[in-house]
Ligand binder design. Structure first.
Ligand SMILES: [Zn+2]
Length: 395
């Protein structure tokens, strides 16, 4: 199970990034970036936009002045295959977390039903290609937090039936079978049941997502999975030392597994200058434990989200920090193992120059300027994540 392919692209990638800054003139790069985005199947492995639909009652079928993402902006940017996270805060416990997951799935269905001309559920890579080919947004649905299965593999299997195709094993806090990166370890990684969850996800054809898990849980997961895994929205700890990011050793191990790290654009994720603010925000989120259930809990969650993410807070990071993250990940993992996991609408500090999904062509232009080829950039913007989706779902 641990036998791994080797990835010859790694050495090629090292040579390529070594070209360094200003390898391509800026105007040239901007024109090429525009061309790439006009014919792109861009895949983003993590957006939290569904929170705005459920909590803010927002109609994302229209171009909005609020938020980071809506369907028109996704389409314009060519980021046509976002992974919509059904994120449930860890203050939803047990069956309450299942109920909240179903609310989010229902909210997503209402978007599908109201706008069949604009968006459709995608459960395979073939679906993504077909739906994007028809000019629509291909929505891949994911779970954010293993607590959402309420310690029951039957719940996981029904989520798969509802079209869910990925799950982060934890969120900010440990659950009953896996340690999180932002909590005190109690399981020393994955428990035996946690290993069963990974195997069942492999069998069902769901992508195992190791963003949010502790370093030990990450290595335990790699030891048991038979399929490539992703870090849907994490960046490199070498550049911003927060536990939610990955060490270079973890990034290398993820590449050997055939997986992909989706670079998170949150200011604290990309830049050490904003890391303190991110640590503080996570600390506050972990401390929140209201003793509520049902509608009262939903009202609390709504107010909490709108307060936390309603408006952006000032950040020191710029788009160049995000570029540096992508380049570092390519240098460590190889160009076949890096993707985009923006965390749009789930971050409250964004880099200057990368304020929402419409700014993606500017990021691409800077990657071209740094000497990455068009082919490499297309892999990073979607090709790599599409490969993992195909490998895991079988189509
Ligand atoms: Zn997250």
């Amino acid at each position: 199970m641990l036998a791994r392919r080797t990835w010859p692209c790694l050495t090629a990638a090292i040579g390529l990034v070594a070209l360094g800054p200003a390898a391509v003139p800026a105007q040239d790069a901007a024109d090429r970036a525009r061309r790439i985005h006009a014919s792109l199947i861009g895949v983003d492995s993590h957006i939290d936009t569904l929170q705005r639909v459920l909590n803010g009652n927002e109609d994302i079928s229209h171009r909005l002045s609020r938020g980071h993402v809506d369907l028109p902006r996704l389409k314009e940017a060519g980021m046509v295959a976002p992974f919509f996270a059904l994120w449930v805060p860890t203050f939803y416990k047990g069956s309450e977390a299942v109920r909240r997951t179903l609310q989010l799935r229902d909210a997503m269905q209402m978007v599908f039903d109201a706008h069949p001309d604009q968006i459709e559920l995608a459960t395979t890579a073939a679906d993504v290609e077909r739906i994007a080919g028809a000019g629509k947004i291909a929505a891949v649905l994911t779970l954010e937090g293993g607590h959402q299965i309420a310690d029951d593999l039957a719940v996981l299997r029904v989520y798969h039936r509802l079209g869910l195709r990925s799950m982060t094993l934890t969120h900010f806090r440990n659950n009953n079978w896996a340690d999180a990166s932002t909590d005190r370890p109690v399981h020393n990684g994955l428990t035996d049941f946690g290993r069963q969850v990974v195997r069942e996800m492999n069998r069902l054809g769901m992508i195992v997502d190791i963003s949010h898990v502790s370093d030990k849980t990450f290595y335990d997961t790699l030891a048991v999975t038979s399929k490539p895994v992703i870090a849907s929205h994490s960046s490199c700890r070498a550049l911003s030392d927060v536990p939610r990011n990955m060490t270079d050793d973890m990034i290398r191990a993820l590449a050997r597994n055939g997986g992909v790290i989706g670079i998170n654009f949150g200011a604290g994720f990309v830049s050490a200058k904003d890391a303190g603010a991110l640590r503080q925000r996570i600390g506050q989120a972990v401390a929140t434990e209201p003793d509520l259930v049902g509608q009262a809990l939903d009202e609390f969650a709504r107010a909490d989200y709108l307060k936390e993410y309603g408006e952006m807070k000032p950040a020191a990071a710029t788009i160049d920090d995000a570029v540096a993250q992508v380049v570092h990940a390519v240098r460590i993992a190889g160009v076949d193992h890096v993707g985009i996991g923006s965390d749009w609408d789930g971050i409250n500090m964004v880099p200057t120059g990368l304020e929402d999904v419409s700014k993606m062509p500017a990021l691409t232009a800077k990657l071209l300027e740094r000497g990455l080829s068009e082919e490499d950039v297309r892999k990073i913007l979607g090709g790599n994540l599409l490969r993992v989706l195909r490998a895991v779902t079988g189509r």
